[in-house]
Design a protein around this ligand. Sequence first.
Ligand code: GDP
Length: 447
Amino acid sequence: MSDTIAAVATAPGRGAVGIVRLSGPQAFSIAERIAGSLPAPRHAALRRFQDAGGAVLDEGLVLAFPAPHSFTGEDVVELQGHGGPVVLDLILRAACRLGARPARPGEFSERAFLNDRMDLAQAEAVADLIDAASAQAARAARRSLDGELSRRVEALAEELIQLRMFVEGALDFSDEDVAWLEDRTLHARLEALLERLRALLHAAAQGRRLREGMTVALAGQPNVGKSTLLNRLSGTDSAIVTEIAGTTRDLLRENIVLDGLPLTVVDTAGLRDSRDPVERIGIERAWKALEQAELVLFLLDDRAGLTAADRELLERLPCGPEVLLLYNKCDLSGRAPERFEAEGRTGLRLAAGADRGLDLLRAEIKRAAGLTDLAESPFSARGRHVEALQRALAYALAARQRIRENAAAELAAEELRLAHRAMGEITGVFSSDDLLGRIFASFCIGK
Ligand code: GDP
């Protein structure tokens, strides 16, 4: 990392302020050429920004962060100019003409990781915080950025090291007897480790849900109350749903946030046959989403109950997702909201239009998403983390099996080593350049 990188760190477009960020060994000398001189570390000063030829480009604040106390761990300078794309581009070009090169997406974060300013899970949390689709997801990402996930992973990795040392130590005496396999502390510690690993996996799976959300399909005959329900569910939360990837709207899909859980709702009412080619593409995409849906909310009129037409429609739904039968308009049938078993499925009686029984539905959706104790889900996580934890758990279970079978200590030790390695992939202790490249490439430029 001998070169100096530069990028516009603020969002593209117009804004009151825009920031060009420099990081690397030449960051200070390049910034000095642009701004004349640098203020004391971490103090802002007003400067004129000039290009190499001396032409004034802008005027703004300069901030210098000497290594290692900076985001990347290198010398970092921020030039805060006016937030117009042309002005910022001129400053960036000036920096590049003076020896910097344009940063790749995520390169600042990658440098922070390589310089041990943060581990991999924390670097990912930076991107997740930026991409958060709900206040809860943002809070969870913030906690991961603070190291909540990393600390729990590291504590478990430490325990795995202890266990490995214990088992590997026993290897030296293995010709004498297998008494170590019966050691009660070993068994107790392994059980405790498995327990903690399962708890972490559960919390990580919840954290992943908050980040990635769930696809829910709405189905039912016309007029049973699908749009009414959708409007109720989206409530005020949907107002904060932004235009970021995965939260776009189209005719057939809508993104809402339910108590912090991002939901993509597919309306099957829109899935009709169409001749219009553009509409057909949309419909095809909606069918795909429907097939991937994890939950179907099937609405029917509580006054009529499940009719033959309802059964016919139910049969057309993909068989994968769980189906909740929602007996809507219970205000008209005169029955109270409740949860019950119906047709071998979960049924809920409610009145979307009269705002009754919706708390039951929200709880049921969260249950289907695996969000049982959201208050205790303290951090955000990615699929990659969940998958690594699943592998670590499988190896730890295999180690227990080896020990139970009184198998050779080498085999148990090897399983524990693999479990340890899987944990290390989360924080980036063990990770291939390939994986790092893929992770950081998905970040935005300037981050
Ligand atoms: P969709 O065709 O399935 O999307 O149904 P809509 O949401 O458009 O609802 C059809 C009609 O039923 C509208 O007039 C709604 O106001 C009404 N409706 C929906 N839910 C309820 C409810 O729980 N109680 C009552 N009384 N009316 C409802």
